[in-house]
Design a protein around this ligand. Sequence first.
Ligand SMILES: Cc1ncc(CO)c(N)n1
Length: 449
Amino acid sequence: MNKAVALSVAGLDSGNGAGLETDIKVYEILGIHGVGALTAITAQNTRGISRVYPLPQDVLKSQLDALFSDFDIRSAKLGMIYTKEQFQILVDSLPSAIPLVTDPVIYAKDGTPLIKDIDEYKRTILPRTTVLTPNALEASLLSGLKIRSIEDVKVVSKLISKNFGIPYVIIKGGHLEGKYSVDVLYDSIRDEYHQIGYERVTSNKNTHGTGSVFATAISAGLAKGEDIISSFRTARDLLQSSIRYGLEIGRGIGPIDPVSPTLVKAMRYDVINEMEKFAETVEKWDGFYKLIPEVQSNLAHAIQPEYVKGLEDIAVFRDRIVRNWDNRVRVGLPVVFGKPTHTARLLLTILGYNNKARVLINIRFSDDAVRLLKETGYDVIEVNRELEPSSHIEGKSMQWLVTFVHNTYGSIPNVIFDRGVKGKEAMIRLWTSSIDEMINTLKYLSERL
Ligand SMILES: Cc1ncc(CO)c(N)n1
């Protein structure tokens, strides 16, 4: 199998939140074989950098020689480059034909300088750069101008492009204010601007590694032969999802996670397969119809609970599980994510209290079914729905149910049932930790009712 190769020239973050390790992850996720040349070792965690050990220039040179003598490297990303001797090695060793994406990491988040001798950096590295990706602070330091608005960003990106002869300058909006974080690309070839705005992620303070992910992703796009605009789009999109999955690791600013978005896609595929298997299995059972209530059933299945962000991570059968006139049960495929059914909402709410819950079904109430479920060892709780405030609007009902159960019981038992109220059918709700456990339990019930 063939893969494009791209190079990251960066430092090592011992805490694996930025630098070379992050860059390699980004290359992998975007289908590139990432190779690396290390410039420095940083003793670093989520709270900051305690020491920087730059590598001698010949250590950098040997790595570059080894790589360029063998691989067909299509683009490179430059992150932390500590010494001016290293700048010179890079300018001498990097072939002029490959595009360079330079992240001018002048200071780390804690203020530690990651690039020494800025004047020399401006003289050597910047003129050789194809795409420069400063944040607003770095753009100010490189231009000497203050940045407060998008208009300032436009002026400064064009100025930097002109002063250093850099074809593309992207000033990142992460450090500016506002509901949206807007990044602006200045394209000097066409003398045009392109803006991409994303809603700022406020749910998560763990943003270590944003610069590394963004610049490396652009380099990945260029290595694949994509143009600057589509590389910019892909990079910004990956950055957004990496921030959403930022890791609550360590006591400071945790790393963002460029791998989780792809993992979540794979988990969705697993859930679809499991639910199709479920459908095929239960449709064969003669007694399964006894479990289907008047309002019909549905089964909700979450991806791995710690990754669940909302209904978009919970699947149901689009057309429910239906009992036909002939007592056959038909499972209403396809499997769909994000459909706001009672079953999906209920599972999502339970997940807020218990991250062992993964699968949930609603089944027909009968005293026998409740007894059998108790016999199999499940904790069972009865809820009186008369107690539910009648003012409840659609969608709040499941929230009420779970809060009520948690307040009265102290946890969420696997089985929650009610005997119905006027206009609302009696119902049993069963959650399990796996689809296999669900299938076994339902089989036990269908054979005995
Ligand atoms: C090694 C390294 N590279 C880049 C950054 C910037 O996030 C950092 N903190 N550490």
